[in-house]
Design a protein. Structure first.
Length: 151
């Protein structure tokens, strides 16, 4: 029988934060997620940020904000994704000394490329019946080039 492992409260929260983060990535990489898995994806991101805010540093909080933004991107919920991406960028800019290169790139990627895509899809959805229909629209490459020029 394996000996029972004991944790301090801090260690337990750190371990749960890591497990929540890993569960998020496992679900994000799952193709054809069910609605239950979509909900779990979002809950795992929220659990991770909640726990890391308790036991981590600014970089852990930044990464948690990014997870929540990424979850909403995956769920095609533009407004929520933008809100969390903005939080991610703010904490990245406020704590540059704690960030690794990939943290800064990730924050910029969320606020530049992915948010631009979200905004484009959100704008297109105004002219279709559903967000799903908007995702099916072929976008003229000149429009994408123009949007890229606005960044």
């Amino acid at each position: 029988m394996k000996p029972k492992q004991t944790f301090t409260l801090l260690e337990a929260r750190q371990e749960l934060a890591k497990q929540s983060n890993q569960r998020f990535w496992d679900l994000l990489e799952t193709s054809n997620r069910t609605s239950t898995e979509d909900e779990e994806l979002l809950l795992a991101a929220y659990a991770s940020i909640y726990l890391w805010k308790e036991v981590g540093t600014a970089v852990h909080t930044q990464r948690g904000y990014w997870l929540v933004a990424r979850a909403y991107i995956s769920l095609q919920q533009a407004d929520d994704a933008i809100s969390w991406a903005e939080k991610c960028l703010k904490i990245t800019e406020k704590n540059p000394e704690e960030m690794e290169d990939f943290d800064r790139l990730r924050a910029q990627g969320v606020t530049d490329d992915e948010i631009m895509q979200i905004l484009l899809v959100a704008a297109m959805s105004r002219y279709t019946n559903t967000l799903s229909d908007a995702l099916q629209i072929d976008v003229d490459p000149a429009i994408i080039e123009t949007l890229d020029g606005l960044r």
